[in-house]
Ligand binder design. Structure first.
Ligand code: SF4
Length: 458
């Protein structure tokens, strides 16, 4: 089945699944309430803060090669090794080499969308390497054999009852466990993995050029344990995670926490500058930072799309999107879902397979409004539509429909005529339609907006 067809099928199923929609609406409503309050409480001028953040990220992109080199030389001077991965295959090969060098049998991981992007878990498991996802949400989806549903909250689609059932089946916990008891079950299950794993793999929220540092933020302490307990720490980070200076963090940490989860700041914020130093008693003996390109250079060189590399993966555009709220994260079948996923995936993967995602938008602009680094998401979605069309991917039927639509909408009298024609013929057309289609196609309203308006004026 094509990507498009599977997207349409999955979206339809999810949109019609009322239980699923209730769970998502509950999660997003609680997110909205927390975030709106936190924005006004924490930021004197939210609009100004995102303006500044967008400019800093854009200025970073303007000099990205220099900052990457500065980061590399500084962190290497403290004993870490930087590896440049052109694509997912190269990143996996680097990890294979590290695994062979350090005789790894078990890995503990903290939440990292970049490792999702390179299908790392599947790759490691194929080699009989045991992988422990240590973030609670990631552990839930790993045990359920699923992919993350959301870039910030991977198990957003699961109710407490579903998690209790899953933990009962996989971890032998009480099926009536409370949320606290479920957390304690996960904690007990993972504790040992931190000390028995030979490698801890993490992502990075930011890379700091002037300090040569990796910044990792989280709420559970699992990232810090994954990084500090095993003798080897591997960071997999996209090249766009760069910030020029340590002094940019006082803006970006609260900005990301507020937009991501409605927090003032996340509970654990680690700044990692290399492996364990001579005078330090704990921490990893070896540290590798894999800088992943995987299509980002293509975005970087694209005048229109370079701004998409400003993204700090806060997930706010997903929560704001009426389409995401209706069809959920799994329907996209991509690492990055929602508006930002629909913008970048056709470039990181391919336009022919993922260009249709740009249609999964009402173009209402809610995503652009909430983005803390001011990415013009809905215009980039339009641009993706245009590029699909230019590449001849829209299909003759769709092209023809659009041509007729444009011709009709260019003239008031043609539009009125078309409207009348639909009104007169809809009964017959509906009769000829298969039942399944008839149920989906809405009836034309008895009166158009124009007619109602005229009546009202009179
Ligand atoms: S595009 Fe903006 S809103 Fe969406 S995840 Fe990235 S930073 Fe957040």
């Amino acid at each position: 089945m094509s990507q498009l067809q599977s997207f349409l099928d999955n979206s339809e199923n999810k949109a019609l699944d009322e239980i699923h929609r209730k769970k998502i609406i509950k999660a997003v409503t609680s997110y909205d309430q927390t975030v709106i309050g936190m924005k006004s409480e924490q930021f004197k001028d939210w609009a100004h803060s995102r303006e500044v953040a967008g400019k800093i990220k854009q200025a970073t992109l303007d000099r990205l090669p220099d900052y990457l080199e500065e980061f590399e030389s500084k962190i290497q001077a403290r004993g870490a090794q930087v590896l440049w991965a052109e694509d997912a295959q190269a990143a996996r090969s680097f990890i294979d080499e590290i695994i062979a060098r350090h005789k790894v049998k078990q890995v503990v991981k903290s939440k990292s969308m970049t490792t999702e992007e390179i299908d790392l878990n599947e790759h490691l498991e194929e080699q009989d390497i045991e992988v422990f996802e240590s973030d609670l949400g990631e552990l839930i989806v790993q045990l359920a054999g699923e992919k993350p549903y959301h870039i910030v909250t991977p198990a957003m689609h699961k109710s407490k009852e579903e998690i209790a059932e899953l933990f009962n089946e996989k971890l032998n916990s009480d099926p009536d466990s409370t949320a606290e008891e479920l957390t304690m079950t996960a904690r007990a299950f993972l504790r040992n993995a931190y000390v028995t794993s030979q490698i801890g793999i993490t992502g990075a929220n930011f890379l700091i050029a002037d300090e040569g540092a990796v910044v990792m933020i989280e709420n559970e302490g699992n990232g810090r344990l994954s990084m500090a307990c095993p003798p080897v720490h591997v960071v997999v980070a996209g090249i766009e995670k760069m910030l020029p200076r340590l002094r940019d963090l006082p803006l970006f940490l609260p900005l990301l926490s507020t937009s991501g989860t409605g927090q003032e700041v996340t509970c654990y914020n680690s700044i990692i500058k290399g492996p364990k130093g001579e005078e330090e008693v704990d921490g990893p003996e070896h540290m590798y930072v894999i800088l992943l390109d995987n299509g980002r250079s293509e975005l970087f060189q694209d005048e229109e799309f370079q701004q998409a590399l400003r993204c700090i993966r806060c997930g706010a555009c997903l929560n704001a999107c009426p389409v995401y709220r209706t069809i959920g994260g799994h329907s996209y079948d991509t690492t990055y879902q929602g508006p930002i996923g629909s913008v970048i995936t056709p470039h990181l993967r391919d336009l022919a397979s993922f260009g249709h995602l740009a249609q999964a938008s009402s173009l209402c602009g809610a995503c652009t409004d909430v983005c803390p680094v001011k990415i013009d998401l809905h215009h980039l979605l339009l641009e993706n539509r245009w590029r699909s069309k230019k590449a001849g991917l829209s299909g003759i039927k769709w092209e023809l429909i659009l041509k007729i639509w444009a011709w009709v909408f260019k003239s008031r009298s043609r539009l009125n005529g078309m409207s009348k024609f639909i009104q007169l013929t809809q009964g017959l057309v509906r009769m000829l339609m298969p039942k399944s289609l008839r149920e989906k196609v809405p009836r034309r309203a008895k009166k158009s907006f124009g007619e109602l308006w005229k009546e009202r004026q009179q």
